[in-house]
Design a protein around this ligand. Structure first.
Ligand code: UFG
Length: 335
């Protein structure tokens, strides 16, 4: 059997770049498509790459005409919840319209397997935690709505065009390549763990804690942090399932353990052996108090077994990356 030919859309970004590395390690033929709007050329560790924009249907048609891909993995979306509230057009255009372009090009060229980066944001403010896949979907911001819209489009595309898809609803992606080659490089960075580590390394003066009056044991929000390498492994298992003609499916990806913001900061102090300065701020709009996954379906359906489910390991890998990043200047306007 020839090795699978995979198109990784957004392969220059945080999770996509780790995915490219994993697929190459498993002998896949990989092509990255990225427009470098938020990704980095030097994060693509191997395989082929094409610089193209998903808005450019002509470029997509040319690409699919030139290569016979077995599957497409789609990581290229905008991810900032707050920005999506202020600039919804940007989110609907990229996360929905551009994804439709990609799907339509796939359908036109007979590519029938798709793995989609969805999000816990589809659940909105959960009414039941841990959250299982059949929990009501009620996104509370445009970002979450774009993810839920694409999931629904995928159901219709399966029914009408036989396009098989697996949507993976990430909880809080975190950590970095255990080998230290890749890591999280969002600019501006908005995620908790990299910002806590910038405060530890001295690249930022402090960590701002958004709200300590939530109905949780220590008053700060609780999240389910899942290692980027484990997320990528779930994609690889999803690919195997689709290649074996498994049907479409949706899975949560999380460890099932919730940690508060205060617990994350305390764990980071232990891992880094640094004192981290905390500044208390009001709540950030749209933050649910508690998001924890019930990911038993992925464990069963994909035989997924997270390897790095210990918070301190996730932070240690992110810290190794942060320690390397201190030499990389931050983009203008970044924290
Ligand atoms: N937080 C702080 N200070 C910071 C950054 C974050 O206190 O400087 C807090 C947030 O208020 C939240 C927690 O840390 O309580 C985690 O925040 P992140 O921004 O790291 O992650 P979110 O839970 O907001 O977002 C994640 C994904 C989104 C997805 C969302 C689902 O990154 O893509 O989960 O609700 F939409």
């Amino acid at each position: 059997m020839t090795s699978p030919r995979i198109l990784v859309v957004g392969g220059a970004g945080y999770i996509g770049s780790h995915m490219v590395k994993l697929l190459l390690a498993h002998g896949c033929q990989v092509m990255t498509l990225d427009n470098f709007s938020t990704g980095y050329r030097d994060a693509i560790v191997g395989g082929e790459f094409v610089r193209a924009d998903l808005a450019d249907r002509t470029a997509l048609d040319a690409l699919f005409a030139s290569r016979a891909f077995d599957a497409v993995m789609h990581f290229a979306s905008f991810i900032q919840v707050g920005e999506s509230v202020n600039a919804p057009a940007k989110y609907y255009a990229n996360n929905v319209t551009n994804t439709l372009n990609l799907l339509d090009a796939m359908v036109a060229h007979g590519v029938k397997r798709f793995i989609f980066s969805s999000s816990a944001a589809v659940y909105g403010n959960p009414i039941l935690v841990p959250i299982a896949e059949d929990h009501p979907k009620a996104p509370i911001n445009p970002y979450g709505r774009t993810k839920w819209m694409v999931e629904q489009i995928l159901e219709d595309y399966d029914r009408a065009y036989g396009l098989k898809s697996i949507s993976l609803r990430y909880f809080n992606a975190a950590g970095a390549d255990p080998a230290g080659e890749l890591g999280e490089r969002h600019e501006p960075e908005t995620h908790l763990i990299p910002l806590v580590l910038r405060a530890a390394s001295g690249r930022a003066p402090d960590i701002k804690v958004f709200g300590r009056d939530y109905n949780t044991p220590d008053g700060t929000c609780i999240r389910d942090y899942v290692h980027v390498a484990d997320l990528c492994e779930a994609h690889r298992l999803a690919l195997t399932r689709l290649m074996q003609d498994g049907g479409s499916a949706v899975y949560n990806l999380g460890n099932g353990n919730g940690f508060s913001v205060a617990e994350v900061i305390a764990a980071a102090e232990r891992v880094t052996d640094c004192v981290i300065r905390i500044t208390h701020e009001p709540r950030r709009a749209g933050d649910p108090p508690r998001l924890v996954a019930d990911a038993s379906l992925a464990r069963k359906g994909l035989s997924w077994q997270p390897r790095f489910d210990c918070l301190e390991t996730i932070i240690a890998h992110a810290w190794a990356w942060e320690s390397k990043s201190t030499t990389i200047p931050l983009a203008e306007g970044a924290v």
